[in-house]
Design a protein around this ligand. Structure first.
Ligand code: ATP
Ligand code: MG
Length: 324
């Protein structure tokens, strides 16, 4: 089913995300090395699925998050933030014996980022099928998967359960691959990504990810292959080059809004959250893409991955300010 048909069918319920909940702590200088002491700033609420779902809530769609945090202030910072923005956080478990995940990031002179992650060994690594509560599943009408969340086989098992249940009850699935190439070398990981793609209605790759999971050698052929395989909408994120939409009938390119890029982390998640929320509210394609692009542009103009999330009213004001 297409995500907008969901709205027409009157099926109400949650947009659901599941996966890592982190804080991010960042270097304050370009080119700052983690091999010597320096000034850091944070903690900021982070984790790709958490950023996504926070933006969904701000865009006005009912939503919930499944994940794990430690019994510490990093976890509280993130959970309280999600709760305040309107996310149902009842599916976030507090693991007494673990600490909340974290990511340290520094920006190279060329703009590339280096990360030190503590995710797999953090509370987020405890996430398993036992965290998937039936009442949340029953209320879920759309499930969003982040490739970055698929770092353990326990999590993949939990993802498969949610995907099968949601699709089995007439819901829809979106998938942002957010993949590191190294993941594809692990056969089970590749198999998991193929499984998810088979159930995906809305695919949200970054430009270079379009061809990652299919055999085709060009972007156009890859998109054709994805649509043939059953994906209904492909929305390609191209950073400051904007975004493109393909569904086999309609092709649309939207330029990015001109902004000063302060911090690129989180742009794709804010873009995706806005697009999925707007489309599930039944919004027309071009309008939804416009809001999604604005959310991405706003995200890069704020320091901190979740600090740029915005309501549709705030996005209206931001778009209007760029038209002046
Ligand atoms: P990441 O995984 O690093 O968060 P992504 O590759 O998933 O990012 P991007 O393409 O970087 O996603 O960003 C998503 C959208 O946000 C873009 O399609 C664009 O509309 C907007 N955007 C991103 N970077 C910029 C920028 N520098 N200026 C204006 N808009 C931007
Ligand atoms: Mg991304």
């Amino acid at each position: 089913m297409a995500i907008t048909e969901l709205h027409k069918s009157g099926k109400s319920g949650y947009i659901l995300a599941m996966g890592e909940i982190l804080v991010e702590i960042m270097a304050t200088e370009r080119g700052q090395s983690f091999r010597r002491p320096g000034t850091l700033v944070g903690p900021y609420a982070s984790g790709a699925p958490a950023i996504f779902i926070d933006q969904v809530a701000k865009a006005g769609s009912p939503c919930a998050m499944i994940g794990c945090v430690g019994d510490d202030d990093f976890g509280a910072l993130n959970v309280e933030r999600l709760r305040a923005d309107g996310v149902d956080v009842s599916g976030i478990a507090v693991i007494k014996s673990a600490t909340t995940g974290s990511a340290f990031v520094t920006y190279r002179d060329d703009g590339d980022r280096d990360f030190i992650y503590n995710i797999a060994n953090s509370a987020s690594g405890h996430l398993s099928v036992g965290n998937v509560r039936d009442d949340l599943l029953k209320r879920c009408r759309h499930f969003h998967v982040m490739g970055s969340s698929l770092f353990s086989f326990r999590i993949i098992e939990a993802m498969k359960k949610v995907i099968e249940t949601v699709k089995g009850s007439g819901g829809t699935v979106s998938f942002d691959p957010n993949i590191r190439k190294e993941m594809l070398r692990i056969p089970e990981m590749r198999e998991a990504l193929d499984f998810i793609l088979d159930y995906t209605d809305v695919f949200l790759p970054s430009g270079h990810e379009v061809m990652l999971l299919v055999g085709a050698g060009t972007e156009a052929a890859a998109i054709e292959e994805l649509l043939k395989r059953g994906v209904k909408e492909v929305v390609v994120k191209r950073g400051k080059e904007g975004c493109s939409y393909y569904d086999g009938e309609t092709t649309l390119h939207l330029p990015a809004l001109p902004v000063e890029e302060v911090d690129p982390t989180g742009a794709g998640d804010c873009f995706g959250g806005t697009y999925i929320a707007c489309r599930s509210q039944g919004m027309a394609l071009e309008k939804a893409l416009r809001y999604a692009s604005a959310a991405g542009a706003l995200a890069v103009s704020h320091r901190g991955p979740m600090e740029g999330t915005a309501t549709l009213e705030e996005l209206d004001a931001f778009i209007a300010s760029k038209a002046e």
